[in-house]
Design a protein around this ligand. Structure first.
Ligand code: 5AD
Ligand code: SF4
Ligand code: FES
Length: 361
């Protein structure tokens, strides 16, 4: 089938998605145009901010690709104080970002669970309960998810990283802390508790094929996520997966694939929120803008206090490391203007998909 006809279909098979992921040139342009059209029609031309607070790089896990894995002793570990987190949240609120996202490695001690509960109270008090709070704090029990939800967190991000379980197994140690089914269970629990649920995958991983990526798209549709953040895999020298670096696609092709994935996801999941991942900008200075043009509608300006940004290095070449929160704000404002979209200042920018599914319940 030719690409224009294919793009008008309502549902796509794995084979069709593989075909679409292989497109280049004029055919690829058609995919990008279709994605832009779907975005304008279903979510509009607004981009929403999530002020990103990288609260701590402490992590109990050992994902084979990640620069802050527990086994990497070359990392300077840090943990922001509650005051620092609240300050950052206040910055987001005063600058009308609408939302924040708090990210850490995975810690699941009772102290940590309680600390987050109290922190949510402090943030909400300091910001008049007006910020939409997203958490990205890894795998936790259903009860923990519920406790945080009850304190006002409304969204949770937990990337599946790779939806094919064999591929997942190659990217993680073979132990009970890195269990594919447990991670899927977490996503189900998050949905049950009532969060807007976000997931995502890495693109251009060792061992990964176009079939895997097509499966990822169908899997995200199947579990009916409300938001997605996905970006290119960028190898980190202090990780076990680095040994496969010679088998990887060239970095610009990983970038290209990530844009096609973003566009196709927008086409198959019309009303979800899709983040333009920072990892894109690590490869191309205009990476996030390009993602916004082909379907992304969320960006996450880094508002972590400057002194810590260099230590939250999941991958190499991470952008904005030397910048202050104000710099990212001005920089992004100029950048988003160039895409022709506008920033949804003062709005939480919740997932339309989520609002719809709640209304239908
Ligand atoms: N390249 C790209 N993304 C990475 N992440 C972790 N390590 C890497 C890497 N080397 C992503 C994972 C994780 C998120 C916090 O960062 O998808 O979920
Ligand atoms: Fe920890 Fe997340 Fe990195 Fe895995 S990807 S090692 S859970 S921070
Ligand atoms: Fe951080 Fe451009 S977004 S400096």
């Amino acid at each position: 089938m030719n690409i224009s006809n294919l793009l008008n279909k309502e549902h796509f098979s794995k084979e069709e998605l593989v075909q679409l992921l292989s497109c280049e040139g004029d055919e690829k342009t058609k995919i990008f145009e279709k994605a832009a059209e779907v975005k304008a029609k279903y979510v509009g031309k607004k981009v929403y901010f999530r002020g990103l607070i990288e609260m701590s790089n402490l992590c109990r896990k050992n994902c084979l690709y990640c620069g802050i894995r527990a086994g990497n002793t070359n990392v300077h570990r840090y943990d922001l104080t509650d005051e620092e987190v609240v300050e950052a949240a206040k910055f987001a609120w005063e600058n009308r970002y609408g939302s924040i996202a708090i990210q850490t490695g995975e810690v699941n001690t009772t102290d940590f669970v309680e600390r987050i509960e109290n922190l949510l109270d402090k943030i909400n008090q300091a910001t008049n309960h007006e910020l939409g709070i997203t958490l990205s704090l890894g795998e936790q029990t259903e009860e923990t998810y519920r406790r945080w939800f009850n304190k006002g967190a409304i969204r949770y991000l937990l990337r599946i990283e790779a939806s094919n379980r064999e591929l997942y197994a190659k990217l993680h140690p073979n132990d009970k802390h890195h269990d594919f089914d447990a991670r899927v269970e977490c996503l189900k629990n998050l949905r049950k508790v009532g969060y807007q649920v976000g997931t995502g995958v890495m693109i251009g991983l060792p061992f990964q094929t176009l079939e895997h990526l097509a499966e990822d798209l169908l899997w995200m549709q199947e579990i009916d996520v409300d938001m997605v953040g996905m970006g290119p895999y960028i190898e980190h020298p202090d990780t076990p997966l680095f040994q496969h670096k010679d088998t990887l696609l060239p970095i610009n092709e990983r970038f290209n694939l990530a844009l096609k994935m973003t566009a196709l996801l927008r086409i198959i999941m019309k009303d979800i929120n899709i983040a333009a991942p920072t990892a894109l900008q690590a490869i191309d200075p205009l990476g996030r803008e390009k993602a916004i043009k082909v379907g992304a509608n969320v960006v996450m300006p880094n508002i972590t206090p400057g002194a810590y940004r260099n230590d939250y290095k999941l991958y190499e070449n991470k952008p904005c490391i030397d910048d202050a929160a104000d710099d990212c704000k001005n920089c992004l404002e100029a950048r988003i203007q160039l895409t022709g979209d506008e920033i949804g200042y003062g709005e939480q920018g919740n997932s339309k998909h989520f609002c719809q599914r709640i209304a239908n319940m």
